[in-house]
Design a protein around this ligand. Structure first.
Ligand SMILES: [Zn+2]
Ligand SMILES: [Zn+2]
Length: 285
């Protein structure tokens, strides 16, 4: 069984709240990050169980000091083992980048091998797309650079093609994170206007359906409320269709995508509220 589903079922049974998308200082986009123990102690105080999802990018494995390179990865496991020794509950996964197979199949192969070698060391792996044509679309100036020569329509088409390839690949992904994150900077204060069509994108719907039919869990990523997008990823409007009939408790997981403990703390009430909705304890609205 999908190990992430097993965790979701057991947690639902116990009535434990989860936030399974947390970044520590082991993510390279985090400066002065928080430790596993910081999050675990905070989570314990606020009645939620943390799940770590640091970034994994195969093309950086050979970089000097990259946290998941052969030389450094031992430090990651040591830190997590020490944190677990406190007895506080937590889970550990990775937010794993998948790349356009037409451009970087070699990186995907490298990823597959690494995940295979380390599957016993993690509770689950979550797939994600952060790049279109080698531009990181979750970083505003990189998206702006991409859009200099590429229409947004073309960029989104490339994004969703890669996403679908990731979902249908043989990579060991138990879940997928922020399915429509290409729209992150669409909205007030962003780079592009937020259009109604983006919120109900048929390709996002197809990605959700594809995940569900393959027993892969879809993240309800709450961090979009901090972005111009100003809703969940996938958009709550689109998720509404899947919430009409009560979804299975293991079809979706909640993630705040926090890169520091203050964001984590700020999102705890929301993480609990959305958990209650997907578990049918609170009506959808
Ligand atoms: Zn991400
Ligand atoms: Zn993340």
């Amino acid at each position: 069984m999908n190990p992430l589903k097993r965790i979701l079922l057991a947690s639902s049974k116990r009535g434990d709240y989860l936030d399974l998308h947390l970044h520590t200082g082991f993510s390279i986009d985090v400066i002065n990050g928080n430790t596993f123990i910081d999050y675990m102690e905070c989570a314990q105080q606020h009645g939620i169980v943390p799940g770590f999802l640091d970034h994994f990018q195969a093309e950086k494995l050979e970089w000097d000091g990259y946290p998941f390179g052969d030389e450094s990865v031992g430090l990651f496991f040591e830190a997590y083992d020490n944190a677990k020794a406190t007895g506080l509950p937590s889970f550990v996964g990775l937010e794993v980048d998948f790349y356009d197979p037409n451009q970087h199949e070699d990186w995907n192969v490298k990823t597959m091998n690494w995940l295979d070698d380390h599957k016993e060391d993690f509770d689950y792996f979550v797939g994600t797309i952060h790049d279109v044509d080698d531009f990181t679309i979750t970083i505003p100036y990189e998206l702006e650079e991409l859009l200099k020569d590429t229409p947004f329509r073309t960029a989104t088409a490339g994004y969703f093609t890669t996403l679908l390839a990731a979902i249908t690949s043989s990579m060991q992904f138990s879940g997928f994170a922020h399915l429509d994150v290409i729209y992150r900077f669409c909205g007030n204060g962003g780079i592009l206007p937020r259009e109604e069509a983006y919120m109900r994108d048929a390709r996002t719907r197809k990605a959700i359906e594809s995940c569900i039919s393959r027993d892969t869990v879809v993240e309800i990523n709450l961090r979009g409320f901090d972005h111009p997008w100003n809703t969940t990823y996938p958009s709550w409007e689109l998720l509404a269709e899947f919430m009409q009939d009560q979804p299975e408790v293991d079809s979706f997981f909640i993630g705040s995508d926090s890169h520091d403990i203050n964001t984590f703390k700020r999102f705890i009430p929301r993480a609990k509220a959305y958990s209650d909705i997907i578990r049918g304890k609170k009506p959808f609205d």
